[in-house]
Design a protein around this ligand. Structure first.
Ligand SMILES: [Ca+2]
Length: 462
């Protein structure tokens, strides 16, 4: 156990001294913290089509639902289920023409390829009017890298795609500068200015296969899974794309959206117990737990249930009592909190804050503060894990302690806030004294990245 000396209730003192530097044009900059993407609002504006592929090929906007060709099926996805294609079975999806001509657009989605080598091209989707310049859109894996084509007006990515792992891809076209950009896992791979627009004004939009124009194989297919496929008639900013790839969920717990995930993945949460009255929060409203068994269950935070995946969890906590300890975050393979589970965040019997992970050798890697959480005061807690940095704890934006560890067992897919549903010592870990948390929580974030101290400064100074 690694203890740290922590001064609570001192939010206004500088967490870090940081010279502000301009990075992207869209990052939030404040002179206190520096520049970061973490506070960028996730927007669904100008969304033309959205396919969650949760056992359905319907478009959430209602306009462009897809029909399956050769019966692609469903598998466990990055969020809920995903659609699964086989190149050799020539499976794909098709809908009517989606107007992307002569305008800016963004197409972004999650994918998990099961083959990138057996042929030159694998196509995620496209839209063809004819085999002529600027009239055939296709977004592919070509020669193992992402590839963005309008036909004779194309851009290739730079990173070789591996099979059997999830990636986030974004293809952005800026019609004002005639620029194509490819992002992989939220990071810009390649931009090129083509001086050509996309001009097709008819043709079916397809997913899982596309016409690439010309050649002896005019239509190519895809092998693997595709999830949360979004088409928007606007440029998504670098920060939006970064968060689309890295922000697993964000629950602001405000009254109009008490259990709504305001992040890019639209995870579902359920409330159990006599709670969920919105109270004055750290940012707008918050969630208050009562003295009887009460908790919120979030399903499907894939970054936590992926072995060794880096993560950052950020949350505000205001206890009304710390007597006897509490469970703050409990992860489990089952919604009842049992099965393979872990008490991740909680209080000791004397109110000290503890954050845990479990490594691949089943050791609990734990950090505990040296003083109790203050009562009736908002305290910001952030836990960071990465194989490089280990398990890190930040209090009110200040790094206070770390324990080195390279591996991490997956936890979840159920993440339960406020108590364990079993409300006993199932999967007790470290020095947490498990039980109902008394007080409020606010602004729950999970990222699939090791956030920087600048990012955490923003989260701790909203
Ligand atoms: Ca809030």
């Amino acid at each position: 156990m690694d203890a740290a000396v922590i001064s609570f209730g001192n939010k206004s003192s500088p967490a870090i001294t940081q010279t502000t530097t301009a990075t992207t044009t869209t990052a939030t900059t404040n002179m206190f913290c520096g520049s970061s993407c973490v506070n960028t609002t996730i927007s669904t504006s100008s969304r033309l089509a959205f396919y969650s592929f949760d056992n359905s090929t319907s478009d959430a906007t209602g306009n462009y639902s897809m029909s399956g060709i050769a019966s692609p099926n469903y598998v466990r996805g990055w969020i809920g289920s995903a659609i699964n294609f086989s190149y050799s079975n020539t499976q794909f999806l098709s809908t009517s023409y989606i107007p992307l001509n002569s305008r800016s657009f963004t197409i972004d989605f999650w994918f998990y390829a099961t083959d990138v080598s057996s042929t030159l091209d694998f196509s995620f989707g496209g839209e063809m009017q004819s085999s002529s310049t600027s009239k055939c859109l296709f977004i592919n894996i070509r020669n193992k890298v992402l590839y963005f084509g309008f036909f004779s007006a194309d851009t290739a990515g730079t990173t070789n795609i591996s099979i059997n792992q999830w990636y986030h891809a974004a293809f952005v076209y800026d019609n004002s500068t005639k620029q194509q950009s490819i992002y992989l896992n939220g990071i810009l791979e390649k931009s090129s200015i083509l001086n050509k627009a996309f001009l097709a004004n008819n043709g079916s939009f397809t997913i899982g296969g596309a016409y690439i124009g010309g050649g002896t194989t005019p239509i190519v297919y895809y092998s693997g899974y595709i999830d949360h496929f979004t088409i928007s008639s606007r440029i998504k900013s670098p920060c939006e794309i970064y968060l689309a790839a890295t922000l697993a969920c964000y629950f602001p717990f405000d009254s109009i959206s008490l259990l709504i995930d305001s992040g890019p993945n639209f995870l579902t949460a359920t409330n159990t117990g006599a709670i969920a009255t919105a109270v004055a929060g750290r940012v707008n409203q918050a969630l208050q737990f009562s003295s009887i068994l009460s908790y919120v269950t979030i399903n499907g935070i894939s970054v936590l249930s992926s072995t060794n995946n880096a993560f950052t969890i950020s949350m505000w906590i205001k206890p009304t009592s710390v007597t006897g300890g509490a469970t703050l975050i409990h992860a489990s393979t089952q919604p009842d909190g049992k099965g393979d589970c872990l008490a991740m965040w909680g209080l000791t019997s004397t109110g000290l804050m503890t954050v845990n992970i479990i490594d691949m050798s089943n050791n609990i890697v734990t950090m505990t503060t040296s003083s109790a959480l203050p009562l009736n005061t908002w305290t910001h807690i952030a836990q960071v894990f990465s194989s490089v940095s280990g398990n890190l704890l930040y209090i009110n934006g200040t790094f206070v302690a770390s324990v080195s560890t390279v591996t991490r067992r997956p936890v979840g897919p159920y993440t339960i806030l406020g108590a364990s549903p079993a409300n006993t010592s199932y999967c007790k870990a470290g020095s947490i004294s498990m039980g109902q948390f008394s007080g409020s929580i606010d602004e729950y974030y999970v990222f699939g990245r090791e956030l920087t101290s600048i990012d955490i400064c923003h989260l701790a100074n909203p």
